[in-house]
Design a protein around this ligand. Structure first.
Ligand code: GLN
Length: 479
């Protein structure tokens, strides 16, 4: 089976043309899972039987000459906060254990229609709150490149699944960096599309004004392909942009000649020197490819982290009010209903989730609302204004994705502030609603992968993917 294709684009092409079967491709990925999943723990659930049936159906359709989709036979892993009809969806929380959604998320439906085969639901920080996947109620995921280190988070399972070859592509969700940061730490590509480009229908809400679904892949082209499949208007999500999916694959090979790429002169510090060195290398590579590097300033982003840790918990405290022991999953026994709510939430939520609910409830409470939540919204506006100003001068902006390479388990669990700092470069685009992605670009400390973040203005996915394609090519020449 050594000659089977590995990228989503190659798999779909080979399966559609009948050169290989979806079943053979699937078995190869199941074999990889069997070999390493006990060590990596990327999955909360592996759906082997359903995947085999789906692959057999695709092979039968192809034998019958029926048309198949753009992802025919492509093994896919889904973050376990996306609803799958009849299949457990836990958000890695005890409070949802055993809950089976009655419907599929729009992204799940679109991927299935395109022929992608779901192999399982991946582990995450509980309710997507975290940067290491250590906050999962079901135990951490390990970084496939070094099992003593975290894969990043919160979509650590989805990043690890792709990095370990358990699936060709996967989906994550990104509220403050949860796709881009684990992509960087696991050495894969991760995309957070423009807010509203991909439907959130069926994504379990964390902070609704920030949440966005996007892909992990091993190549920029695969990331473009999956984004095209999941993007486009959905009437089931009121924040969905009424526009068709953009053509992104054609952007990947276009090059960056005459593009203007921003270098942020007042970028918050604290990144590892090896990471900053890779950022310099990236600018150098883009300049060599014909781009013009332009200095820009984003004076308000130093407040982004603070604003995020008021806005996101505020929205979470409201979104998570629905887990009351009545409608979903867990119910703790108690003598009367109020005690039951309290006991269920005390038993069902982990420490970080409780911390966020308390932070958010406090920020929204009468007397503190204006001072905290209201102020944070003003900062959010200023950040968006900073970007608008910068994007009159440049087409895209480059920063590191994460200040550090993959860190060791336990390094930051005792210190929430240190964990929150992981997202210092990723959070600004969530606050602005802009697209951003991480592309692997060489290695840093301990020879671990470094990710470079490309940010672009709203609906600027085409220029973003042009830069991503150029960085991917340049990365091949790095030592
Ligand atoms: N690490 C950030 C947090 O803990 C971002 C999480 C995310 O994007 N879901 O909130």
């Amino acid at each position: 089976m050594a000659s089977l294709p590995t990228t989503a684009a190659d798999i779909a092409a080979a399966v559609s043309s009948g050169t290989v079967t979806a079943s053979d491709v699937l078995e190869q990925h199941l074999a990889a899972i069997a070999a390493r999943e006990t060590d990596v723990h990327a999955f909360n659930l592996i759906t082997t039987d359903a995947a085999r049936q789906h692959a057999a159906r695709i092979d039968a359709d192809i034998a019958d000459g029926k048309p198949v989709g753009a992802l025919a036979g492509v093994p896919l892993a889904l973050k376990d906060n996306m609803c799958t009809r009849g299949v457990e969806t836990t958000c890695s929380s005890r409070i949802l254990e055993g809950w089976k959604p009655p419907y599929d998320a729009t992204v799940v439906q679109r991927l299935r229609d395109a022929g992608a085969i779901m192999v399982g639901k991946t582990n995450l920080d509980e309710f997507a709150m975290g940067s290491s996947t250590e906050n999962s109620a079901f135990g951490p995921t390990k970084n496939p490149l070094d099992l003593s280190r975290v894969p990043g988070g919160s979509s650590g399972g989805s990043a690890a699944a792709v990095a370990a070859g358990f699936s060709a592509v996967s989906l994550g969700s990104d509220t403050g960096g949860s796709i881009r940061q684990p992509a960087a730490l696991c050495g894969v590509v991760g995309v957070k599309p423009t807010y509203g480009l991909v439907s959130r229908y069926g994504l379990v809400a964390f902070a609704s004004s920030l949440d966005q679904i996007g892909p992990f892949a091993t190549t920029v082209h695969d990331a473009a392909l999956v984004t095209e499949v999941i993007a486009g208007h959905d009437p089931m999500d009121s924040t969905s942009i009424p526009q068709p999916a953009p053509n992104l694959r054609s952007a990947v090979g276009q090059g960056v000649a005459r593009m203007r790429i921003g270098r942020v002169t007042d970028l918050p510090g604290g990144a590892e020197p090896e990471v900053m060195k890779r950022l310099d290398d990236a600018f150098e590579a883009l300049a060599a490819a014909g781009a013009e590097i332009v200095d820009v300033t984003l004076p308000s982003i130093e407040y982004a982290l603070t604003a995020y840790y008021l806005i996101a918990p505020a929205e979470a405290s409201s979104n998570l009010a629905r887990y009351d022991g009545v409608r979903y999953g867990l119910r703790a026994p108690a003598s009367e209903v109020n005690a039951m709510y309290g006991a269920t939430r005390a038993a069902g939520f982990g420490d970080e989730v409780k911390r966020r609910i308390m932070l958010g409830t406090y920020a929204l409470s009468a007397g503190y609302f204006d001072a905290y939540y209201g102020k944070a919204l003003k900062v959010r506006r200023l950040i968006a204004d900073d970007f608008d100003r910068a994007y009159t001068q440049v087409d895209a902006i480059l920063t590191p994705t994460s200040p550090m390479v993959a860190f060791a388990f336990g390094d930051k669990v005792e210190d929430p502030m240190a964990m929150y700092l992981c997202d210092v470069y990723t959070i600004p685009s969530n606050l602005a609603g802009h697209p951003a992605m991480s592309v692997p670009f060489g290695t840093g400390a301990h020879k671990l992968p470094v990710g470079i973040q490309i940010m672009a203005p709203a609906l600027g996915e085409v220029p973003m993917f042009r830069v991503a394609g150029a960085l991917e090519s340049a990365a091949r020449g790095l030592k």
